[in-house]
Structure formats: C-alpha cells, structure tokens
Design a protein around this ligand. Structure first.
Ligand SMILES: [Zn+2]
Length: 106
C-alpha cells in the first residue's frame, strides 16, 4: 500500500467511524451523555461511537486508530495498540500528577 492509498484509507475510515458515532446517538441519544474510560487512551469519553474489542472498550478516536492501524498493518491486534498507547497514557498521568503538585505547592 502506498502513501496515497493509505491517506485515502484513513479518510474513508474517518467517515465510517464518525458515522458509527452518529448512528449510536441516533439509536440511543443517551450514549452521547454516558461516559466511560477508554481502555486505549485512558481518557473519559462518550459511549457513542465506542466499540468493545474483546476485553477492551475503545473510544471513537481510538476506534479510528485501531481500524486504520489494523488495515495498514501497523499492528496485528488490539492488544498491540493498547500496549503501544500505554506509554502515552503514562506520560499523561505523569503530567497530571505534576500539575497537581504545582497546584498544591502554590
Ligand atoms: Zn480512546
């Protein structure tokens, strides 16, 4: 797959994933209000557009990452993605703690 094909694939996937979110909200408006903690990015996201992959529930943004990553062959399964994201998640957690410390020191 060349670069152009990859970009095309990502664009197509963005539409599909966004449509999933809209469909979820249409089917059940409460999914836009309901929150959960994404297994992948660790952020609190709306339930709409999220997908359960085995033991993980991924938010709409991470579903896009997962589906494009799998299609391009960046990783073979969701486990690999979640592990790769763990570093990012740790960084965010560290930032959060640092921020808290600053606040408490002031
Ligand atoms: Zn996520």
């Amino acid at each position: 797959m060349n670069k152009e094909e990859q970009i095309k694939l990502i664009e197509d996937m963005q539409k599909v994933v966004e449509q999933m979110r809209l469909d979820d909200i249409e089917e059940d408006p409460e999914t836009a209000e309901e929150l959960f903690e994404c297994s992948c990015c660790g952020k609190t996201k709306m339930l709409a557009g999220s997908i359960q992959y085995g033991k993980y529930r991924l938010c709409n943004d991470c579903v896009l990452l997962a589906e494009t990553g799998l299609a391009i062959g960046k990783f073979k399964n969701i486990d690999e993605l979640v592990k790769a994201m763990e570093d990012t998640r740790l960084q965010e957690m560290c930032e959060f703690i640092k921020q808290q410390e600053k606040r408490e020191n002031n």
